[in-house]
Design a protein around this ligand. Structure first.
Ligand code: MLY
Length: 265
């Protein structure tokens, strides 16, 4: 639903413009997601990209799948678009004379992999080939410009898609900076990365676009966060003291303090 954040108002109030759709390696319309939780497929292991593994769909959001590699733990889930070239129907690897590999950090002894594979696939619901989509082609060149707005995956919290701005250009790379955050989440990616989307993407897919952060450099009044009704904001507003948002006080990492002072702080 996109919460209460409105790109329309935000763009007007920031005087910024959205990066045009032709800049992105994304479909003209987001691909339909016909996957179901529990379905299995083949996926490249994100931590060991030469390995093709078995993955299970553990969640769905918009055009993306939350995936977990079979034999791995639940701490390394990753997200892929349904038109990603990094996912394939089961059988694809073998068809190309490849071997399915255990994931990095396989829970069992490596020697038990063949039996594990047999068991994990036995009676499994395999995602049918027709629900996979072809990956869109990459635009010919990097046509982003500094200051353009976009929606981007927060790579440190990849379930989040957030309002972002192109902060710099470096050849085929763009610096993705997150609006309202101080820079800890920023990253460089190729212009044809699958982690960046045109403004309006989430509202088309039904993904929940995060509102901008409240930690840095935002205009003083942002009615786009609360549909105009000042004073009754449902979201933290700019001006709130830092460190109040998105983190429970008790879970804050202990700071190293001592007679040597705030070393490295
Ligand atoms: N719990 C995290 C969440 C940060 C998310 C930042 N993204 C949206 C750019 C924190 O407060 O550090």
């Amino acid at each position: 639903q996109g919460g209460h954040f409105s790109w329309d108002k935000y763009l007007k109030e920031t005087g910024a413009s959205a990066a045009p759709a032709h800049c992105f390696r994304q479909g003209a319309t987001p691909p339909v997601n016909e996957f179901k939780a529990g379905m299995k497929l083949e996926a490249q292991d994100p931590r060991n990209t030469t390995s093709t593994c078995i993955a299970t769909v553990v969640g769905l959001t918009g055009s993306r799948l939350r995936l977990r590699l079979d034999g791995s733990d639940n701490k390394n889930d990753f997200w892929r678009l349904v038109d990603s070239s990094e996912i394939q129907p089961i059988g694809n690897c073998e068809k190309n004379a490849g071997m399915l590999q255990p994931p990095l950090g396989f829970r069992l002894n490596a020697s038990s992999w063949p039996m594990f594979l047999l068991k994990t696939l036995n009676g499994a619901e395999m995602a049918p080939a027709r629900i996979f989509h072809k990956e869109p082609p990459a635009p010919e060149q990097n046509s982003f410009q500094v200051g353009m707005k976009l929606e981007a995956v927060d790579r440190k919290n990849p379930h989040f898609i957030c309002p972002a701005t192109v902060g710099a250009l470096r050849g085929v790379e763009v610096l993705v900076t997150f609006d309202g955050w101080r820079g800890a989440f920023d990253y460089y990616c190729r212009y044809d990365s699958r982690d960046i989307f045109p403004v309006g993407w989430c509202s088309l897919t039904g993904d929940n676009l995060q509102p901008p952060g409240t930690k840095a450099a935002l205009p003083k009044t942002l009615s786009c966060l609360s549909d105009g009704s000042e004073g009754t904001a449902m979201h933290p507003m700019p001006g709130q003291p830092p460190g109040q948002r998105g983190r429970k006080p008790g879970r804050r990492k202990a700071k190293l303090t001592g007679p040597w002072g705030q070393k490295g702080a």
